[in-house]
Write a protein that binds this ligand. Sequence first.
Ligand code: B12
Ligand code: SF4
Length: 657
Amino acid sequence: MELPSRARGDELLPPGEMTRIRERLRAISQKHDLTTVIACAFDHRTRILPFIYADLKMAPAGVRAIGSALVDSGFEKTRIVLQQWNRNFSPTEMRLDGRIPDIFMVSSMHLHSDECDRLIQEACRIDPDKRPLIIAGGPRIIYEPWLVFSADPEHPWGADVAVTGEEYVVLQLLETLLSVRASGESLRSAFMRARDSGALDEIPGLVYSKSSRADGPIEELVDTGIQQLLGDLDELPRPVLGYQLLEPPSQAGTLGPKALAPRQVRKHCRVSSIVLTIGCKFRCQYCPIPAYNQRTHRVKSGERIADEMEQINKTYSISYFFGTDDNFFNDTKKTLDITEALARRVTTGEQTLSKIRWGTEATVHDTIRLKEHLPVIRKSGLFAIWMGVEDLTATLVKKGQSESKTLESFRLLRENGIFPVPMMMHCDEQPLISRKSNYGLINQLGTLRKAGALYTQVLMLTPSSGSKWYVDTYTSGLAFDSVDGEKIPPYKVDGNYVVASKHPRPWIKQFYLLAGYTYFFNPLRLLLALVWSKSRIPHVDGESRPQHKVQHYTRWQKLKRRAYLKLRGHIIDAGIQLFGMGGLILTYRRTAGWAFRLMRGRIVHSTAAPASRIPMRNPKGGAASHALPGTPIIGLGETEPDVELTELDVSGFKKAA
Ligand code: B12
Ligand code: SF4
C-alpha cells in the first residue's frame, strides 16, 4: 500500500519557509547549547554483491543531511556515527562534549532493522533522568514508523518520536521543543510536555507513543500525518557541512574526542552521494518512490549543484559523486539546467570540475529521449548511469523499456562516453536459460554484456514497503513468513535472498541469482576483458588534470601520461571483473546456505502484511496516514485500507513465461 498524499496544492512547504526556520533556529541556538549524536544503523551481514564497496565507501546522504541541517541551524556539537565504520558503537557509552548527548538520533533502512532496534533499546537503558531524546528516522521509518516502538508489554522500549519526513520536520520539531523548554530542563522532558499538551500534533511527519505509566507498555501511537515537502531544494543546507561531523572509524563502543579530520575523510569516503533531484514520473507498482514524493519532482538548480560539488571537492578532495536521483532524466529542462551548468564550469577550466566524475540513476526510455543532449551530459562529468532495465522483454515490468530500446540506449550512452549499468529484477517465472526467446536470466545478461555492460545487479522481486504491491505480496501468499522455523530476518529482505516466491522449488531461484552473477563475473571473462576490453569508450582515457598543469609537461611526460591514461581505460573492465569475483565469493558464502535451507526447511507463506500491533490513530482519533490495513485503532477495532488495493497478478508472470 502506498503512502497517501496531502491535499492537492498542499503538498509543498511555502517557498522560503525552510530558509526562515534555519534563521530562527540560528538566533536561539547559542542559548540552548545542544549536543546530538546521529547514528546510521548498519547490519554487516548485508555486505554482499552488488552493493559491496558503495555500502562502506559512501557516507550515507541521509544522516549527513540531518547533521548539515543541525550545524547550519547553529547546533555544531553534533556527531555522526556510521555503524558501517563503528560496528561496536554503543549508545550507553556515548559522550559528546563530556556529557550524554541531549538528542540521540537513529537512521535506518529496513534491512538494518536489527541494529536500529538494538541502538534504540540500548539508549532506552540510560537512566531516565539522563536519557537523551530518542528520534528515529530514515527510509525504514518513513514507511513503517511503528517498528521503532515495542509492541511487547513485557519489554517496553521505543524511540520517543519517529520522524516520517525530511530535514524540515526535524527542524520544526526542534523549534517547537525549544520554544517550551525551561532553563536547564532536559530536552526529553520538554518533549514530553510538548507531546502531552498537543503541541506536536501540528507538525505533520511525526509518530509518537502514548502510555499511561512512564515506564509502562506503549498503548497507542499518534501519527501526525504526511509531511509537507520542501519544493525548492536550493533551500537545503549545504551538504559539505555533514562531512565535518563524521566519527572516525574504530572498534570502540565510545565516541572519539574529535570528528574525522578533513584530510582523512577521502580515505574513507571515496564517493560522495549528493541530492540533485527527487522523484520520478513513472508508477512502477513495486516502487514506493512516486507516492512518497506525493507525485512531485523536486530539483536543485545547476549552479547550486556545481557549487556543492566544488565545495566538497575542494574541502575533502572527493572527486567521485553519486546523484541520489530516482530518475535523473525525468524532465528534460531540469536535466539540462543541471548538466549545462556543470559543463560550463568544465569549459571555463575551473580546476575542480574538470576532474569531477559522477554517476546516477535514469530510465532507458528517458535516455533515448535525451539522446541529442548526451554530449553535454557527458561533458558535465556524468560517466555512468544505473538503469532499471529489470527485464529486457518487459514481461515483469513495463516502463518504456524493450530489448531494442535497451540496446539502443546502451549504444547511445557508450558512444557518448557513458557507462550503462543495468539493474535487473528476477522473478519466479523467469527461467535461467531460455531457448526460443530472450527471457532467460543468462540470455539477458549475455545480451547486456555484449552491449557493453561492465557491471550489473540482479535482485529478486521482494516486498517493498510503501509500494502498491506491498500488502498484496503478503496477502497473496507470495512472501514467506518463516523458513525452517525461522521468521524472515530483516537483513534478508534486500533482494539478494529469495524471501517471496510461489515457485515449487524456491531454492532453485537462489541458485539462479548466483548463477547469473557467476556467468557475469568469472575468470574466463576476466581474461577476455584483458584482450577485448569493454571499457574502451570515448573519453575514458580523457585528461582529467587541469589544462594549466598539463600544458607545462615535457614531451616525455605527455607521452607517459597518455600511455597511462590509455592503459587505465583499457583495464577498467578487467578490474571490475576482479572486483565482481571477490564480491561473489562473499555472496556465495552468505546466500548459498539460504538456498539449502529453502531446499530442506518448511516454508510458511504469509497471509497478512506486517501491520502495527500497537493501535495507531491520527491526532483527531481517525485512521493514521502511515498505518497498514489491519492496524488496530482504540475504540474502532482494525482499520480498513483507505485506498483501493490492486491484485498482485502473479499469474501474469506465468503467462509470460
Ligand atoms: C544511494 C542509495 C543506495 C546506495 C547507498 C550508499 C550509501 N551508503 O549511501 C547503495 C547503492 C549502496 C544502496 C543499496 C541498497 N539500497 Co538503496 N538507495 C539509495 C537511494 C537511491 C538514495 C539514498 C539517499 O542517499 N538519499 C538521499 C537522502 C538525503 O535521503 P534519505 O536517506 O531518505 O534521508 C532523508 C530522510 O529519510 C530523512 N532521514 C534520514 N535519516 C534520518 C534520521 C533521522 C533521525 C531523521 C529524523 C530523519 C532522517 O531525512 C533525510 C533528508 O531528507 C535511495 C532512494 C532515494 N532516492 O532515497 C535508495 C534506498 C534507500 N535503497 C533502498 C534499498 C532497499 C536498498 C537495498 C536493500 C537494495 C535494494 N533491494 O534496492 C541496498 C542495501 C545495501 C546495504 N547493505 O545497505 C530503499 C530503502 C527502502 C527501505 N524502506 O528501507 C530505498 C529508499 C529505495 C527504495 N526502494 O525506495 N542504496
Ligand atoms: S522508474 Fe524507477 S524510480 Fe521510477 S517508479 Fe519505476 S522503479 Fe521507481
